[in-house]
Ligand binder design. Structure first.
Ligand SMILES: Nc1nc2c(ncn2[C@@H]2O[C@H](COP(=O)(O)OP(=O)(O)O)[C@@H](O)[C@H]2O)c(=O)[nH]1
Ligand SMILES: [Mg+2]
Length: 470
């Protein structure tokens, strides 16, 4: 598993300066492959541009980039594009790039006895020969005695970048190349046409929950971190059917939840038309130490919470709350949960938030409620998608995000639904509409799966009753 976050990859891509996003492939990692110069060279020589990243025991992250390949010839290579950098210092983001100041001469040194080595007299020599792990740390035996020789430190020094030592938790080397789109989609692609848009729009508009259950509408609960795009998802779906961009739900960026009330939103067929047979239930955000918790989610799932219920951070939801629905029917309950996840930060979801999510999933699983992920802000994952949403199934970065979310959420990949919400647009876009409508149609299919199970249960119960009375 790579340790470098998407944000760091974006930063390094920006420093490399290519207009296209870079693709990072992990070649070598000392905690996985062992800290040995020969191993480093066998994995990293002749691989084109690479970036070396060190993670030290003080949570500082730094390293170097070279646009020329590593080799084991015992010589320096010239590389005017090489640079050193720091990304984090003591766990805080502090991105600084240290450019080469000698026209690229002696940019890197390749030798079978040396690990990644930048600069002459060594601006940064990571290690030589073999370094054994001590506890969970690698006490690297390299040196930085020539720090500033070939790279401009911009006033920084050994202490302000490396905390004055080379004790690291890990060191990784990635190859970097311009991200190319796949030639074939990584899942089924669609014909992004007006016809398809109309087709799915119609499917969603004419959706009716399974008959025989006395259900007026399907209820979909949106759950996710503050700022993930829950309110914007409702706004997007609502805009599509309104025929223009609407911002009925309060969306925006704030540290804490802007959404403080529980809202059961309906979407209408055009201007002042009839509401459709589904509801999007918008909750307040999930936060590390406050906001929605699994206990409240239990009440939401079971349909105890009335529309416009005002969450009170100081008082947890309880049956004494005003308007608490004492005996909810199936129609009041939640029939599918959509976790809304910001696609551009999937690799930095705080552990405490994940713990909350897992606790919520337990409650959903107990009730057999299907779960999907709406993966938002996909325009921030990939340039190409940002230009044209229909590239979504051709983007390697997108596939990586989907795989990652599927893994952390413990859901099949087919339950991860990428979407691009309207956020600053003034006009509707056909492909954006299609992707959002597809996600909603999938969700409605999951609702049906849940309802079929309910129907089976009810019929089995009725059969039992008949048998008992016989
Ligand atoms: N670029 C981009 N921004 C988005 C997207 N979805 C939401 N946003 C923005 O993210 C911020 C938070 O969205 P919001 O819907 O209020 O999140 P909530 O807290 O989950 O309800 C807003 O500024 C939105 O404009 C998206 O798909 N792409
Ligand atoms: Mg909101």
């Amino acid at each position: 598993m790579s340790t470098l976050t998407q944000r760091h990859k974006n930063q390094i891509s920006q420093w490399i300066g290519s207009p296209k996003r870079q693709k990072f492939t992990l070649l070598y990692k000392i905690s996985r492959d062992g800290c040995n110069a020969k191993t480093f060279h066998s994995y990293c020589d002749n691989k084109g541009p690479t970036v070396t990243v060190l993670y030290n025991t003080d949570y500082s992250v730094y390293g170097g980039y070279a646009s020329v390949s590593w080799n084991s010839k015992g010589t320096y290579s010239t590389d005017p594009k090489a640079f050193l950098f720091k990304l984090e210092y003591n766990g805080s983001e502090e991105p600084v790039m240290f450019p080469n100041i000698t026209n690229g001469t002696n940019a890197i040194f390749g030798s079978s006895s040396y690990g990644p080595t930048f600069g002459n007299g060594n601006d940064l020599c990571c290690f030589t020969e073999t370094v054994s792990k001590s506890g969970s740390t690698f006490p690297l035996n390299g040196n930085t005695s020539g720090l500033g020789n070939n790279y401009s430190l911009k006033g920084e020094n050994y202490n302000s970048v490396m905390n004055g030592h080379l004790q690291v938790m890990d060191l990784e080397v990635y190859s970097v190349e311009e991200q190319q789109l796949f030639h074939k989609p990584w899942i089924r692609d669609f014909d992004w046409s007006r016809k398809l848009e109309e087709e799915i729009k119609d499917k969603v508009a004419t959706y009716k929950p399974l008959p025989g259950l006395d259900l007026q509408q399907a209820r979909i609960l949106l759950v996710g971190q503050v700022g993930a795009g829950k309110s914007s998802y409702f706004n997007t779906i609502n805009s599509i059917f309104r025929g223009h961009i609407s911002a009925q739900a309060n969306a925006g960026s704030a540290e804490h939840s802007l959404t403080t009330s529980y809202r059961i939103y309906q979407v209408r067929d055009g201007y002042a038309g009839k509401p459709f047979k589904f509801r999007l239930c918008d909750t307040r955000g999930l936060e590390e130490d406050q906001g929605l918790d699994d206990h409240e989610v239990g009440y939401l799932l079971d349909g105890h919470v009335p529309d416009r219920y005002k969450f009170n951070p100081a008082v947890p939801l309880s049956p004494d709350a005003l308007g608490f629905v004492k005996s909810p029917m199936l129609t009041d309950k939640i029939h599918c949960v959509a976790f809304v996840v910001d696609g551009s930060t999937v690799d930095v979801i705080p552990e405490k938030v994940m713990e909350r999510v897992k606790a919520m999933q337990v409650r959903m699983n107990q009730r057999g409620i299907p779960q999907v992920v709406l993966l938002t802000k996909i325009d921030r994952i990939c340039e190409e998608i940002s230009d044209d949403v229909s590239k979504v199934f051709f983007s390697p970065a997108m596939k990586e995000s989907v795989d990652r979310v599927a893994m952390v959420m413990g859901l099949p990949r087919s339950h991860i639904l990428p979407v691009k919400n309207y956020e600053c647009e003034v006009e509707l876009d056909q492909n954006t509409n299609i992707l959002s409508l597809l996600s909603l149609r999938r969700i409605l299919h999951f609702v049906d799966d849940f309802l079929y199970n309910k129907l089976d249960e009810i019929e089995a119960d009725q059969l039992k009753q008949v048998k008992i009375s016989e």
